[in-house]
Design a protein around this ligand. Structure first.
Ligand code: 5GP
Length: 206
């Protein structure tokens, strides 16, 4: 006899964490993967130079602008954005391979990238993550120690712009404490898996 439970569980989710740089999206994703190692973190491609502790193929795929633009032309990038003068994008192939395999995919995208993905894949769940105040965000960026003061100002200016788009998102999570924010996203994932509507919406337009 067919199992209802299984057929409902067979689709993986695309879960996008978005919001200002430095807000802790990657730490939340790490906590979610610790909770369930079956979750897949999509590795993005970028033209910005690697930071000291970043590894090729783990943090990002690092490339140059010419190559990135060639991949855009060849339609190998699912969504991309130009952020602080550098390209950031999601390679299409791993997402195509993983969707349909009942794997939940976690992505960490700029606001523009998240909204572009949602347009192409209406089933994607987009979550806006913020710090509780702009001061808390500045402090996080400063503590990270990876950007100059000028670069931090630029990122905060972008953050102010990004905040105006919050009501286009499905959910809003405040990251004061990583474990609590990860619990919130985990609850969102569980609830989304129980959404009846999801099973009647067409697959995404990858
Ligand atoms: P960072 O330089 O701090 O690693 O990332 C800068 C911003 O780019 C962050 O807000 C991050 O969420 C975003 N980002 C990382 N990968 C991607 C991607 O593949 N696509 C888009 N649109 N944004 C990304």
């Amino acid at each position: 006899m067919a199992s209802y439970e299984r057929s409902l569980e067979e689709q993986g989710l695309l879960i996008v964490l978005s919001g200002p740089s430095g807000v802790g999206k990657n730490s939340i994703i790490d906590a979610l993967r610790e909770e369930d190692p079956g979750r897949f973190h999509s590795v993005s491609m970028t033209t910005r130079p690697p930071r000291k502790d970043e590894q090729e193929g783990v943090s990002y795929y690092f490339t140059n602008k010419l190559h990135f633009e060639e991949l855009i032309r060849k339609d190998k990038i699912l969504e991309y954005d130009s952020y602080c003068g550098e390209y950031y994008g999601t390679p299409r192939e791993p997402i195509e391979r993983m969707t349909g395999q009942n794997v939940d995919i976690l992505l960490d995208l700029t606001v523009k990238g998240a909204l572009e993905l949602k347009r192409n894949c209406p089933n994607a769940v987009i979550v806006f993550v913020t710090a509780s105040t702009e001061e808390a965000l500045r402090e996080r960026l400063m503590n990270r120690g990876t950007e100059s003061e000028d670069a931090i100002d630029k990122r905060l200016e972008t953050a102010r712009e990004e905040m105006t788009k919050i009501d286009l998102f499905d959910y809003w999570v405040i990251n004061d404490l990583i474990s609590e924010a990860a619990n919130d996203v985990s609850a969102i994932i569980r609830a989304e898996k129980r959404r009846t509507l999801r099973f009647f919406v067409d697959e995404c337009d990858l």
